[in-house]
Design a protein around this ligand. Structure first.
Ligand code: DQQ
Length: 614
């Protein structure tokens, strides 16, 4: 990570770190001169980029036009924000969302915990900042962390504080000043106990962060939590081995590290924002509180790999007596081809939390921009949250399923439905009658015949992303590509494709057919200088009956798609120059040789919820 603004407030530090996802990149460092250049570059930003109709409507983001009172750099970077996830929480009838926020710019820096509350996870009210640098052990930044509800019902926050300009990371604790306030407006960080955990025993002190929600084991009643890290350099296993350390405590005050990590994996680099939680083995949608254990549960370990900027997870078994976690598929965290992602698109630093009100586990991730830094400066905002997703274990036990929380359906307005419409090879069909720049679309497809499925090139069989890059939405196939063109312009010169393509698997494979799901944004905008990666993942589904479903949440500059009932998910950021507002159109297309039937398609216009005062 890069340096932080001194004291988190004054722009005396001339280095900021900017999160851009260019080429899936990690952090890109800009100095002050560069920022001034970007400010000047605002002039060259295409007008459509700053069109307010590209700002997402029903995805979480802070209010626009936040004004900073910074004396050192008046005007520069004022009214700009960057956000990413810190911690979600349910308390006394309110959902709380704390997030990493730069009150001074659309670039990463000056990190505080901003705070919003909601009754339904859809309509949001912004509150005062919850945590900002104020004690020696967080004077250079209040980074990510998690909330835990103690047995007496009091919430407590554990978060990473940056305690030195050299990026020395420690863990701090904060309590609500008044736990009877359902809005939890004020937080205190008792100075006599902070920092509560420091990097001792050879831990890499600059890569030691993001404590999880704690869980408590029946029996000894001790608390446990994880802290993400990377093994110290040196030795045969050091350097790039990602690590999740376990800390234990009787009283939530004194924490001791368990000698061996819960889990680690070679060549994965720093494990940011680890998350560890139980899921019910019986495949029911019901969520479990974080401390639930036993023979009827599996555990999920998720890590956000700083090297790749994606969220990977495994499903496995947690043995609390030895504090070890063993993934069911040992290869699951050791190679891109076998690793599972929550989302095969732009989705990072996510967290889950247990929602006792609806007995579900909710996953919430952050999506950065994929325009340029100068664009972000010009438009005045950067970063959104995906729609919260209910998450549960697939009946196969091998993977998770995800589905947008039901509350989002309350935003549905005017709709249009198509039934039993055949799309012949090379044809497309426009969905008319509603505005689709902000829409929710559910489609059930039926393939007429699977006989013509093209053979899967063994060289690409384990690399969905390259496969989709080679066989994009316009490359004719046997069965597929078929799917949706969303945020499309009238003549379709702009369009973002979300689609499936079916392949015949190589001999010896456990399944005869492989289904690829892709989002292809290569034609999403006439504007240059945008990052337009084709995102893709295989869908572990049985398509032998020819049926497959797709849901896409379209929201002006984001397309969030769920294949086969949430088996594979892809979020993509796009910035059309023509397909904006009323000019955005929706189509079903088929570029394969097999006929496709749309058994049913319903598309709803989506209302804009309350969004932090915007
Ligand atoms: N961002 C936070 C860190 C975390 C990273 C700092 C994830 O705590 O590791 O803003 O992107």
């Amino acid at each position: 990570m890069g340096a932080l603004g001194r004291g988190g407030w004054a722009w005396t530090c001339l280095v900021v770190v900017l999160l851009v996802e260019l080429a899936g990149a990690s952090h890109v460092v800009y100095d002050y001169e560069k920022l001034l250049e970007m400010e000047a570059a605002k002039e060259a930003v295409p007008p459509s980029i700053v069109d307010p109709q590209l700002k997402t409507g029903y995805h979480f983001q802070p209010i626009k036009n936040w004004i900073n009172g910074n004396a050192n750099l008046p005007n520069l970077l004022s009214a700009l924000v960057e956000l990413e996830l810190a911690a979600p929480l349910y308390y006394k009838g309110w959902y709380h969302f704390f997030y990493q926020y730069n009150p001074k710019g659309a670039v990463w820096g000056n990190i505080v915990w901003a705070h919003s509350v909601s009754r339904d996870l859809i309509n949001w009210h912004a509150l005062e900042t919850a945590l900002e640098p104020s004690i020696p052990s967080d004077q250079y930044g209040c980074w990510s962390g998690s909330a835990t509800i103690l047995p007496d019902g009091t919430p407590v926050i554990m978060y990473t504080g940056v305690a030195s300009p050299n990026n020395y990371q420690v863990q701090n604790i904060a309590y609500p000043k008044n736990a009877s306030d359902p809005l939890l407006r004020e937080w205190v960080k008792p100075s006599h106990i902070n920092p509560i955990i420091v990097p001792e025993g050879g831990i890499n002190a600059t890569q030691f962060r993001d404590p999880t929600t704690a869980w408590r084991a029946a029996g000894d009643g001790h608390w446990r939590l994880l802290i993400g890290s990377v093994a110290p350099t040196g030795g045969t296993r050091g350097g790039t081995r990602g690590v999740a350390y376990v800390y234990r405590s009787r009283d939530f005050r004194r924490w001791t590290r368990v000698r061996r990590p819960l889990h680690s994996a070679p060549a994965t680099g720093m494990w940011e924002c680890p998350d560890f939680y139980p899921v019910s083995k019986d495949g029911r949608r019901v969520g479990l509180e974080t401390s639930v254990m036993g023979t009827r549960v599996k555990h999920v370990l998720k890590n956000s790999l700083d090297l790749r900027r994606y969220d990977y997870y495994t499903v496995g078994v947690y043995d609390r007596r030895v504090e070890r976690y063993v993934p069911d598929d040992p290869a699951g965290d050791e190679g891109e081809s076998r690793r599972m992602r929550y989302d095969y698109g732009n989705f990072y630093a996510s967290k889950t939390f247990y929602d006792p009100a609806k007995r579900r586990r909710i996953l919430w991730g952050w999506a950065n921009e994929s325009d340029t830094a100068a664009d972000d400066v010009a438009k005045g905002w950067a970063g959104i949250q995906a729609i919260p997703r209910t998450v549960w274990l697939d009946p196969s036990g091998k993977q998770l399923l995800q589905w947008p929380i039901e509350e989002v359906e309350a935003l549905r307005r005017k709709s249009v439905t198509l039934k039993d419409r055949v799309i012949k090879p090379g044809q497309h069909l426009e969905v008319t009658g509603i505005q689709t720049a902000q829409a929710d679309v559910e489609v059930s497809f039926e393939v007429s015949s699977l006989k013509g499925a093209e053979p899967l090139d063994p060289a690409l069989a384990s690399d969905a992303e390259r496969l989709c890059g080679a066989k994009g939405a316009d490359v004719e196939g046997g069965v597929g590509p078929f799917g949706l063109w969303v945020l499309a312009s009238a003549n379709r010169e702009e369009r973002t494709a979300v689609f499936f393509r079916v392949f015949r698997a190589a001999a010896g494979s456990d399944k005869p057919l492989m289904v690829l799901m892709c989002t292809d944004p290569t034609k999403s905008s006439l504007n240059p200088d945008l990052y337009r990666p084709t995102f893709a993942g295989f869908v572990d589904t049985d398509i032998s009956d020819g049926k497959i479903s797709l849901r896409s949440l379209i929201d002006r500059s984001v397309v969030e798609s769920f294949g086969a009932g949430g088996k594979t998910c892809i979020l993509s950021r796009v910035y059309p120059s023509l397909a904006i507002g009323k000019n955005a159109r929706l189509y079903v297309f088929n570029n394969g040789k097999a006929e496709i039937k749309v058994s049913r398609l319903t598309a709803w216009e989506m209302k804009k919820p309350l969004m932090n005062g915007a």
